[in-house]
Ligand binder design. Structure first.
Ligand code: XMP
Length: 209
């Protein structure tokens, strides 16, 4: 079933934990990235993992050895998944997959912001096929361009596709899922809402009704 992943880009540990608890019933997972980890430390992964599975959005883009070390740190703190960039090439993605163990590796196939059209989109197909061959669990594809999700799905087979860009960036949850996404990723629409639980429920209902 299509699920909701919260992008918890707040920079206060207590606030992060409070919001996570408040909206947990509507979530498939929580995605955290540099804003929260830099503010609260890596232990925030362990803490939030008690509430929901955690995907570390570290957008790793490095040589294989450094990639391996970063993936290991995320794994040791109990993360369920990690997001890596695909443009760095096969050896780095393979290093991530080899080190991940049971943790899922998600490869960025195409980003949701307009700048993705400058360089990245030209290489989306190659990145998708490489990620699939190397054994990554999933891909990140833009909810802001549902037609691109459909295209990426046609290449990706049964890999998971996580789609950010819903809400603040203008994408629609329902359209992203209908286009072929497995789950959607939503940040500001939930954590900046006056009532985060209400905002999360509305998105959850959109996915499940
Ligand atoms: P908002 O507040 O826009 O947050 O709902 C979206 C979250 O997703 C991240 N993001 C992306 N991550 N590829 C990614 O790997 C993308 O194309 C992409 N677009 C947005 C963003 O950093 C935030 O955490």
């Amino acid at each position: 079933m299509a699920g909701l992943i919260l992008a918890l880009d707040v920079t206060d540990r207590e606030k992060a934990i409070n919001i996570a608890n408040e909206v947990a019933d509507y979530l498939h997972a929580i995605k955290i990235g540099w804003p929260l980890v830099m503010a609260a430390g890596m232990d925030i992964i362990d803490s939030l993992s008690q509430i929901k599975p955690i995907i570390c959005d570290f957008k790793v883009a490095d040589i294989p050895n450094t990639t391996k070390l970063i993936v290991r740190e995320a794994r040791n703190h109990g993360a369920m998944g990690i997001i890596v960039h695909g443009f760095v090439g096969r050896d780095s993605i393979k290093a991530a997959v080899d080190e991940a163990g049971k943790m899922k590796v998600y490869v960025v196939a195409e980003m949701s912001h307009p700048g993705a059209l400058d360089f990245m989109q030209k290489h989306t197909d190659d990145i998708v096929l490489m990620a699939k061959e190397v054994g990554a669990a999933g891909l990140i594809a833009p909810a802001t361009r549902p037609e691109r999700i459909t295209h990426i799905r046609s290449l990706a087979g049964d890999m998971e596709i996580l789609a950010p860009g819903v809400g603040a960036q203008g994408g629609s949850a329902k359209e992203a899922i209908e286009a072929g996404a497995t789950h959607i990723i939503v940040g500001r629409r939930i954590y900046e809402a006056n009532e985060p639980a209400k905002a999360a429920k509305a998105l959850y209902d959109e996915l499940t009704l």
